[in-house]
Design a binder for this molecule. Structure first.
Ligand code: KG4
Ligand code: ZN
Length: 338
């Protein structure tokens, strides 16, 4: 069976995977850089690119080894080329171009957002498409109407912060470690989600767009126990768990509500959710409950395929079927074009 080597380096994870033509994931190595960005409370692009340079070859070698696959057995090389951090993307793309050229195999340039949605259907018996696709990550909170794996049209996005970005920034306010999503989830386990009355921004049926900056500011003020920005002081530790739980619940309420509205408006009966925030336990429970009530099929990637990884670049098999290979002069596209 044909196998492809996939490479992902769009943000702060260096990842390589070997995926067979039947979608089976033979290896999926992810080297995360959490420890490098921790002291800054967020990804520092320059540090991220340098770490990718150091890690990319060992990660590729490990992925091939774990899959028991020689370079000569690779039928194509797939790589995330858009969107993401420019320096980070360039490291993966350069490695992929070099390998594709020297092995004389096709190069496939993959859209990271499409790959996040595609990951939901991997390993499933039935097709994931058509569906409402929801990518909720550190960089995006986007709803799509997806006609096929390679035809997803943007319906709504965030007007300011992405949901994952809000998790990361609120974690900083609460002095919780980076990345904020998992540490807020953990802190929230000991907290009361009703302890603080936080806003649910833009939670209106006529608006599909998201906004999280007001909620983030509300947490900042609540954390300091004051109504305005002029009287900031330290957060009492006993409040951290309650604030984490209240914030997490507010974000989840908004995410679940908007998915419900998008499904209702479009008439789609299937929802595919991917991206790092989709790894959140409370979100997974509550989105599943909403879908059950609405009799909508939910496809949500397992947590390890929600956060950035190369296996989801298996979408490259679809591109190859359509003859969509890339030339060696293909460039990165840091911004989201659609
Ligand atoms: O998809 P991803 O790995 O990278 C991007 O493409 O952005 O998502 C990373 C984001 C981070 O903001 C991180 O805090 C968030 O996903 N995240 C979570 C959880 N795990 C990761 N947010 C909430 N709960 C989680 N368990
Ligand atoms: Zn991502």
């Amino acid at each position: 069976m044909r196998r492809l080597l996939a490479i992902e380096s769009s943000c702060d994870e260096t990842s390589a995977a070997v995926v067979a033509e039947d979608q089976s994931v033979l290896s999926n190595v992810v080297a995360s850089q959490f420890e490098l960005h921790q002291e800054f409370g967020g990804v520092v692009p320059e540090i991220a690119s340098r770490a990718h340079v150091r890690r990319i070859l060992p990660v590729i070698e490990q992925a091939l080894q774990q899959a028991d696959c020689a370079l000569a057995d690779i039928a194509a090389v797939a790589v995330t080329s858009e969107p993401g951090l420019v320096g980070s993307l360039l490291v993966g793309l350069t490695a992929a171009k070099t390998l594709a050229m020297s092995l004389n195999v096709p190069l496939v340039a993959v859209n990271h957002i499409d790959a996040h949605i595609y990951a939901c259907g991997m390993g499933q018996k039935s097709s994931a498409f058509p569906c409402i696709g929801f990518v909720v990550s550190g960089g995006h909170t986007n709803l799509y109407e997806c006609h096929s794996a390679t035809d997803c049209r943007l319906v709504a996005g965030t007007t300011d912060d992405a949901a994952g970005e809000a998790f990361d920034k609120v974690a900083r306010v609460l002095n919780l470690p980076y990345p904020g999503g998992p540490s807020i989830q953990k802190a929230a386990e000991q907290g009361d989600p009703t302890a603080y009355k936080l806003p649910r921004p833009m939670m209106r049926a006529d608006k599909l767009n998201f906004s999280f900056s007001g909620l983030k500011t509300a947490v900042l003020y609540a954390a300091r126990g004051v109504p305005g920005p002029d009287q900031l002081s330290e957060t009492p530790p006993e409040c951290v768990a309650d604030l984490a739980a209240s914030f997490q619940q507010a974000v989840v309420d908004v995410l679940v509500f908007k998915c419900k509205i998008a499904l209702r408006k479009s008439g789609h009966r299937r929802l595919c959710v991917g991206g790092g925030v989709a790894a959140n336990r409370l979100f997974r429970e509550q989105i599943a409950e909403m879908c059950r009530r609405q009799s909508v099929e939910l496809l949500i990637a397992p947590p390890e395929l929600c956060t950035d990884n190369a296996a989801m670049a298996a979408i490259a098999w679809e591109y190859l079927d359509q003859g969509r290979t890339a030339n060696l002069d293909v460039d990165v596209l840091p911004g989201l074009v659609r």
